[in-house]
Design a protein around this ligand. Sequence first.
Ligand code: AMP
Length: 273
Amino acid sequence: MKQITTSQELRSYRDTCTGSVGFVPTMGALHEGHISLVKKSVAENDTTIVSIFVNPTQFLPGEDLDAYPRKIAADIKICELAGVDCLFMPTTDAVYTREEPAICAPKIKGYILEGYHRPGHFDGVLQVVLKLLNLTRPTRAYFGKKDAQQLYLIQNMVRTLFLTTEIVPCDIVREKDGLALSSRNVYLSPEERERALLLSKSLKRATKMIIEGERDAEKIKTQMRKILSPTAIEYIEIVDRDFNRLDEIEIDNTIILVAAKVGTTRLIDNMWV
Ligand code: AMP
């Protein structure tokens, strides 16, 4: 596996690739969720490039940029074992210069839900993803449905900026008990981890209500709010696949989203219905 730290090296490496290229951007501290994306890319492409970069521009002041878990030695091993061909691990200086054109997330869909609670977060996400897509020029890029709004905004960017990469959505990987895997789960104490389970529990309850015939979004959100009451709820929302708010569930076109703080740890989860 080739390990690269500068953008020039990555460009040169890309020029040597023949056939299809799969790309999996991450912030490291890799877990089974990341690995599922990597395995899909390895299975579907001739070459797989993974990036590990804790992108400072997507963190707001006061967020966990400095504390964000970093496990680089383990990550390298994981990528090697998964069959990654090239691992890009740039420093901040290798990605950003002092003065740059601004990338702004769409004014509405980039500033609701996650974007409302983390204003500017998606500007940073789109900025780094655009740079990484330009460097790797992948045939396919793999993103988790765990970050559903991020996935939507990246698909929107690729479509509206006429990029040629196919964005491949990947299912959420969970622990046996339902907790969605996240690099941030390491922040949770055993007691907090129990409470964190309420996110997936509330989504399971919502799904059960829908299976039983409930279509009223407000009624579903009320039940979820009750389940999530031991957490600090940031939002519970039901949207269609284009992130328009829904009053009525539309089967095969609905995403139920939740964000809540457990202790000081901010968690998100969602269910595609
Ligand atoms: P991150 O390192 O948190 O920026 O995540 C890198 C990629 O992995 C993103 O596309 C995430 O949506 C995806 N991802 C993170 N957690 C999971 C999970 N539990 N299941 C599936 N994909 C995930």
